[in-house]
Design a protein around this ligand. Structure first.
Ligand SMILES: [Zn+2]
Length: 117
């Protein structure tokens, strides 16, 4: 059962905005990765290490962003399927407060705690 207070349209808008922001920041970071690679060929060992650290960092950021995009896609799919806001494990309604905090949440508090998320 869906929480009657959950407004799918509102959440859809939120999720689409989140996705836009993620994609925009991805494009911004692509530029900075390019800058790092240019630096690497031109400078000494110390700053090369900095550059490598920066690259590892941006890979990590990228990985997290991909997970985030995945979760957004999943949430949008649940809106389409009309089961947005239901816990994927136990089918209980996810509290609106939790969804407002993270619209991509797909587990209720209890199940999330059990899953260690
Ligand atoms: Zn649950």
């Amino acid at each position: 059962m869906s929480d009657p207070e959950i407004n799918n349209d509102t959440f859809k808008e939120k999720l689409l905005k989140l996705r836009e922001e993620l994609i925009a920041s991805d494009e911004a970071s692509r530029d900075s990765t390019k800058a790092v690679m240019l630096d690497q060929s031109a400078v000494g060992r110390l700053s090369r290490m900095d550059a490598m650290q920066g690259q590892a960092l941006s890979l990590e950021v990228k990985r997290r962003r991909a997970i985030r995009l995945d979760r957004i896609a999943g949430a949008l799919q649940r809106i389409e399927n009309d089961n947005f806001g239901d816990c994927l494990k136990c089918d209980e309604a996810i509290p609106l407060k939790r969804l407002n905090f993270d619209p991509t949440a797909f587990l209720c508090v209890q199940c999330a705690e059990k899953a260690g998320q």
